[in-house]
Design a protein around this ligand. Sequence first.
Ligand SMILES: NC(=O)c1ccc[n+]([C@@H]2O[C@H](COP(=O)([O-])OP(=O)(O)OC[C@H]3O[C@@H](n4cnc5c(N)ncnc54)[C@H](OP(=O)(O)O)[C@@H]3O)[C@@H](O)[C@H]2O)c1
Length: 252
Amino acid sequence: MDEKRVAVVTGASSGIGRAIAARFARQGVRVLATGRDGRRLADLAAESDQAPGAVRPFPGDVTTPGHARELLAAAAAEWEAASIFVACAGHGLPGTVLGSDPTRWERLIEVNVLAVLHQLRDAAAEFVRQAELDGGRRVRDIVVIGSTVGRQVSAANPVYGSTKFAVHSLVEALRQEVCAHNVRVTLIEPGFVRSGFQDAAGYDSAWFEAVAAESGPLLTPEDVASVVEFAVGRPTHVHLDDIRLRPTRQKV
Ligand SMILES: NC(=O)c1ccc[n+]([C@@H]2O[C@H](COP(=O)([O-])OP(=O)(O)OC[C@H]3O[C@@H](n4cnc5c(N)ncnc54)[C@H](OP(=O)(O)O)[C@@H]3O)[C@@H](O)[C@H]2O)c1
């Protein structure tokens, strides 16, 4: 990876986003790390203190209007214009259409779809603007963390899955819109990852451990981060645009 790159990573206070931010910093990337929990972001920054890159905490909520633009401006003010934007912040929702809590639907869609759409629009607009300045000589990456349930219908988890289907379609459409500027828009679709995700959403722990017993070892956030690092490290003319990774023993 080009160690001079600057990245914005949302959802960096936990799990996959945290692993991506830490891994980038170890590769020399300067990372603006965001999430609502400033204390956990500060811990991440402290842990990355000796890394060749850097992690700067920038706490915030992805649903705040203008948040992605603020992140990009902060990264540019701290170092230089970002060339990587990772949209990782998100959460789950247990249950089926009939069985899930409808009072949580709006917030789920707000965080997992609307906020991602704003991140995509703001990052893409900025990256195209930069590409018009330098003729697209530098590659720029937008990476979105989708899910296997955004590719295959999950009867057990369809409401959360629908948010990942939405993201799947947005990423491919935006890829086609901006690829001529050497802006790569990449979808990463993990299967089961053991992270803060299960507790944050309130999935049943007995169910989750049964899944882990049947399909595990499950993926770790680090497994996903290593794939993200590989994708953004490809030469400018190579785009791994849609990558699905699952625990080897996960059937669906
Ligand atoms: N774990 C899995 O099995 C799995 C599988 C496929 C895809 N994914 C996807 O991977 C992404 C990361 O999940 P994870 O597994 O790493 O879960 P996690 O450990 O719970 O991390 C979720 C991250 O999202 C942030 N976040 C949530 N709501 C936010 C908001 N309103 N504003 C700002 N940040 C917010 C959290 O930060 P704060 O709480 O500090 O705000 C946290 O940093 C999600 O998009 C998830 O859908 C997960």
